[in-house]
Design a protein around this ligand. Sequence first.
Ligand code: AMP
Ligand code: ZN
Length: 533
Amino acid sequence: MLSVPNWLSKGALVPAATIEKVRRGGRNSGLPYAKCSMREAMILRLFNTLTGQLDPLAPSDGKALRMYACGPTVYDYGHIGNFRTFLHIDVLRRFLGLIGVSVRHVMNITDVDDKIIRNAASAGIPISQYTPPFVEAFFQDLDALRVQHPEQIARATEHIPQMVELIERLAQAGAAYKTDDGSWYFRLKSFPEYGKLSKKDLAGIADGARVDLDEYEKDSARDFALWKAAKPGEASWETSIGRGRPGWHIECSAMAMEYLGDSFDLHAGGEDLMFPHHENEIAQSETATHKPFARHWMHVRFLLVDGRKMAKSEGNFYTLRDLLLKGYRASAIRMALISVPYRHQLNFTFDGLAEATKAVERLRTFDERLRSNSFAAGENPALQALAKEAQNEFMEALANDLNTADARAAIFELVRAANTAIDDGRLLSADRDAILSVLKDFDAVFDVLEDHDDEPTRRAIEWAQGSGREAAIAPELLARESLDHEAVEALIAERIEAKKRRNFSRADQIRNELAEKGVILEDTKDGVRWKRK
Ligand code: AMP
Ligand code: ZN
């Protein structure tokens, strides 16, 4: 492993070969030294499930980091566990952007699988009609959480020919066989490295024992279905390997290779996908191409609720929409779901969500304080040093396996110290600028400072009202939302007028009415500011 410092000072002269070896996978510009910005000299070290260690992550083609992340299975609305995974992949993308690494991110939509077929059948509609509302809902939810969209979205049902071709290649290699009912299976015994990702000892697998479920447990590692023969009433495609539909695992192999090539940089997903899904993807792809599939594998650990696995039957199952309808803000949910580093289990609690709400509020108030106050000209070296230290710590924490908790802590420490400095009159205009620039980097990853919370909440309410879910809307939320932005502004204007006319009882009445609806007024020397509780 190359030894490269994670942090170099701005404009430092760094042996170009050192940086390029890591960042560009071995290519060298020929220059002995390259001038790099602070950020560009950073290298992300990310845990790689395949090697079991922190490996530097860089584009192997010297251009863009090619990454594939398993997307949603669109059989229902996304739950907060799903979004924990998508949010951490977003943190990865955004941090790479911050250190100047371009990304080509592909995500699939699994729009045909066992669960979808079962649910569509019970709804009495074809899968082509069943899945689109859930696809739309998924993207709305990503937008609510401010998750950046991948460069390429790939729907399984639009890539059947690529899957069939891959199965044919496997059949030619003797690794796929057809059973009497017309289904195709992958022969595990044809891939001796099976188990190398999940590190499971699968030596005792019985040759020819088969499983046709999309998901199954470790101890039943068996030949898995590549293609399932058509069953009456189920979605199927007429193809050169027979009439049927793809298994879940072949979908991801075919689509990843279609858009990223036989070998690419990173494959990501939640920890449950490590086995069998990702293990099967490796087996299929590497058997067909004789090349390594993904070099780097990232797995996000599961979210638990109150220490238990989230399950509808346990009554502790929450979609994003459930939380929005309870009155929690999208920014707080984003903050709560990303604040625990991806390799740690996240124990989701409502106390934790309330804490995240306060944390976002604190940051926004601080940001506003810096922007709206005027500060004396000049700079205070101690505060300059503090800002630099916070920025270093923030970047270092993320470069160290995306440690969002340490990154966040560095910023909160800065907020605390800077607030005290403002109180004491020690913070000067250049210090404000230095701190705002740290906040900019912070927000390039965390993205919670600007308030975009009204829209997702309003949408969630409309969705609930339009789909017979009114009972899920918290009454306080409805009261709060009965006043839109313009209505609040109008009442505030009326209150100012009332005060001018010395009608203080009307002014107080308005303040109380707003307070009842969760709007807090703050009289400042620059006028009235308001926020929702
Ligand atoms: P699915 O829609 O079930 O295919 O899952 C979409 C993504 O969410 C996958 O990457 C899963 O691994 C991930 N996922 C599912 N449940 C959880 C959970 N409780 N915590 C974190 N990630 C999860
Ligand atoms: Zn997948």
